[in-house]
Design a protein around this ligand. Structure first.
Ligand code: NDP
Length: 606
């Protein structure tokens, strides 16, 4: 997306767009690096201990050699909601295979202090209505979300058959017997008539490729493996008393760090927040949910109504009310409002883009002004300002992050876009200055841009030995983001090439769970051994996807990050990382009709 030349400025506050854009570009250029994604270290070999599970001891068990109707890879939201929908459809023989020690996926691993959802709990937490749970807060904290995962697991009987602390080593299609053969690192070798894949986009921690990272002699860990033995406290918010005499550095200032820093600031003797690119941090306004209000709205079908209302506000719908009113609907309402100010005859793509850009400039000015109004140290305040468009990086919302920089003992160490130079035995070096610390916490995020096989830990092997990495060598190809030709009886549970509603991923997942359960039930009812999208139907779907507007997020001129492949050309494959061209609301409507028809157009049952 480029900054369009706008001729309708008269009614807008005076923002010097050219100067602002020049500043954005100058700041981005400081951060660009030739090594892109390969700047990060894969956590393995001598770094493998960063992956150890600090939360649940591994339990020995006998290997499985049996057959199940449905095996699902990943025990996060995707596996849980698909499992739940299958059980609702009468398919109870479901086995979830999960590398963590319990259900929860990202919410199993991310127990760092302050972790909470950024999308309103009423729509983010899956199956609230089915489980009868009322979220306690507008934005629930991680322990409550993990409990919801466990509640789903218990209610739908998914625990009995689940394999925890288990990783897939091989997953291959057996054409002769129309089933999948699954081998794991626990010696299992069992079969499944159908498989689901819900490995999620943000589960493989990455470390920054800072020279000397292995030489640090103090304590260190990644935020997704929070070491409460070292820090004291617990995920529910007990104070991290063991940090009272510690000098701690947290490297990274993304969405995770924004949530953890206020808690560290309270606990540590000294906290150094090491920043490469500032996050944009808007108002959070969390609040408890009033049970009386909740019971007044929680009438049958309430969660679907809320989901649909959120999606309509976000993506292509015509919602008259905004039930959810969270940071995301605010963002879209603002953009829509700006576009609606244009006289109807002026609503050309160029002018609409210019209006969108104006609304973004205004919002980001507001977010930058918020930094000044909160952070007392003017030098730190200047460095905490985000100089890019809001959707260039993951927008953050928090009411105590910026305030943390007013806490005595908390300091921002800004690297001016360069990152940490070196890790030493005693600490780290920025701009030639060594900072000695007792502990380094890596809030350095997760692998996103690396290949599917590396992130999943295995390569799916379909009919005639076709590997998924080969089938997708030129980009993802599927129908609905769920079915892939050459991989019969396999279902992918993720947003891309479907609704692609990124602001509320669980909605994509619960809906896909419904589609899959309907299809599996149908296959069992009609005695079909194989369920597979035809090549023609897949090609037609991919062609349809390419008629859309393309990707809105992560433009190449943005500051580098995982939204835009670290500022590097993602290649032609990236154009396939899109959703249904008519938008998420239209997709959900379409797919509901598709599965309800019982025809499953484009998918063969044989
Ligand atoms: P991110 O990838 O967003 O952030 C990693 C941080 O590490 C960035 O600030 C990055 O800087 C910094 N970094 C990387 N390398 C270096 C280096 N060499 N020197 C200094 N700093 C470095 O990871 P997060 O864990 O914060 O978030 C990942 C995603 O997880 C989020 O975007 C969000 O989608 C999800 N999430 C969701 C939450 C929710 O819903 N509540 C909460 C937390 C996370 P730079 O920006 O310059 O690359």
């Amino acid at each position: 997306m480029t900054i369009a030349d706008d001729t309708t400025q008269a009614s807008r506050p005076a923002i010097d767009k050219k100067a602002l854009l020049a500043k954005y570009i100058a700041e981005r250029d400081k951060r660009l690096r030739a090594d892109g994604n390969s700047q990060y270290l894969e956590v393995k070999g001598r770094l493998a201990h960063y992956l150890d599970d600090p939360y649940t001891p591994r339990v020995e068990r006998a290997p499985k050699t049996d057959h199940v109707t449905f095996a699902f890879v990943g025990g996060g939201f995707a596996g849980l909601v698909t499992g739940a929908r299958l059980v609702e459809a009468g398919v109870t023989d479901v086995r979830i295979i999960e590398k963590g020690g319990d259900f929860g996926g990202t919410w199993y691993w991310n127990r760092y202090p302050g972790a909470q959802c950024d999308t309103a709990s009423m729509i983010y937490m899956p199956l609230l209505e089915e489980t009868g749970h009322m979220p306690t807060e507008k934005y629930a904290h991680a322990p409550e979300i993990l409990e919801q995962c466990q509640r789903i697991g218990k209610q739908y009987g998914l625990y009995e058959n689940a394999l925890f602390h288990t990783e897939i080593e091989d997953l291959s299609w057996d054409e002769a017997n129309s089933r999948w053969v699954i081998s794991t690192n626990r010696g299992d070798r069992f079969t499944a008539s159908f498989i689901g894949l819900g490995t999620g986009p943000l589960h493989v921690p990455k470390l920054p490729g800072i020279p000397g990272i292995e030489s640090f002699k103090g304590h260190s860990f990644h935020t997704s493996r929070w070491d409460y033995d070292y820090t004291g406290g617990d995920p529910k918010g007990a104070p991290m008393a063991k940090l009272a005499d510690k000098r701690v550095a947290i490297i990274g200032t993304g969405a995770t760090s924004v949530q953890a820093v206020p808690h560290l600031a309270k606990a540590c003797k000294e906290l150094l927040v090491v920043q490469r690119t500032p996050s944009s941090v808007d108002v959070r306004a969390n609040a408890p949910i009033d049970p009386e209000w909740f019971s007044s709205i929680a009438t049958p079908g309430w969660q679907l109504r809320w989901l649909e209302n959120f999606t309509a506000n976000q993506a292509g719908g015509n919602a008259e009310v905004d039930l959810v009113q969270d940071g995301w609907t605010d963002l879209s309402r603002r953009i829509r409002g700006k576009i609606m100010q244009l006289p109807p005859e002026d609503r050309t793509p160029m002018k609409m883009l210019a209006a969108y850009e104006d609304s973004d400039f205004e919002k980001m000015e507001e977010i930058r002004a918020r930094v000044n109004s909160i952070v007392a140290d003017t030098e730190a305040a200047e460095k905490l300002k985000a100089w890019y468009r809001q959707l260039c990086k993951r927008p953050c919302f928090h009411d105590t992050y910026l305030q943390a920089f007013n806490t005595p003992g908390t300091r921002l160490i800004d690297t001016d876009g360069k990152g940490v130079e070196k890790i030493t035995e005693k600490g780290f070096v920025v701009a030639g200055v060594e900072y000695e610390v007792d502990c380094i916490i890596y809030a350095s995020g997760f692998e996103v841009g690396t290949e599917y096989k590396r992130r999943a830990g295995f390569d799916l092997v379909g009919r005639d030995g076709l590997k998924l990495s080969e089938a997708w060598a030129e980009g993802m190809k599927s129908k609905h983001g769920i079915h892939v030709h050459g991989f019969p009886n396999a279902f992918f549970v993720q947003p891309t090439q479907g609704a692609n509603l990124i602001s509320n991923v669980p909605h994509n997942l619960t809906d896909s769970g419904r589609t899959i359960a309907t299809m599996v039930k149908h296959a069992l009812d009609v005695g079909a051994q194989q369920v597979e999208v035809t090549q023609e139907a897949q090609d037609a779907w991919v062609e349809l996807l390419l008629t859309g507007m393309g990707r809105m997020m992560g433009a190449p001129d943005c500051t580098p990050g995982y939204y835009n492949n670290e500022g590097q050309d993602p290649g032609p494959a990236a154009k396939l990382n899109v959703g249904y061209p008519a938008g998420a609301t239209a997709y959900f409507k379409y797919i509901d009709a598709w599965r309800s028809s019982g025809q499953f157009d484009g998918v063969a049952f044989r």
